[in-house]
Design a binder for this molecule. Sequence first.
Ligand code: TMP
Length: 206
Amino acid sequence: MEGCLITFEGGEGSGKSTQLGHVADYLSKKGYPVMQTAEPGGTEIGKAIRALLLSGRHDPISPKAELLLYLADRAQHIEQVVRPALKNRKVVLCDRFTDSTLIYQGYARGIDFAEMKSLLSFAADAVVPDLTLLLDIDVEKGLLRLKKRAEINRFDRESHAFHQKVRQGYLALAKQGPSRIRLIPADQTEAAVFETIKKEVDVLLP
Ligand code: TMP
């Protein structure tokens, strides 16, 4: 038996990283062996790729180059971190995964989905999450939360229209996408969002 993979998705300021921390504490207390990780930047080389992608020092980055950098980050992360943890029967909690690429590089940047599909699966070594918690928040509210954060990255500075596209893309994915995706309304208190998430997690890991 292998472990399982739970991914956290959502637009800027949706609170997914905070909720990932709560889920990690909750599952650890229940006795599950948990590993927390994130993309981009879950490995040493991934940290360097993250800096290339997000600092804004290398602009302009072409959409295709951007896509391939995210996929390079993922390929390393899967081989070095995610697969070994799954083999060790860990519950892997990952902040962003393939759906982020689908939405940001596909839906928002406009790279053709049919062209991307096999690349996405190749980079992820065909790993598919068991559960995806998709946190949804109004764009303005999310961006307002961001302003309180220390590090503002290249994506945070994207236009309002770009962030709207990201939100619409995620909502469409939740509607038409695979059944592993759960849409979580994130415009509530941290505790209320966690209560909703806990119910979903309990179904997968009683
Ligand atoms: P983070 O702020 O959640 O760590 O994510 C960094 C940024 O990278 C975020 O704005 C979304 C973006 N991103 C993509 O555009 N494509 C991807 O495949 C991933 C994983 C993240």
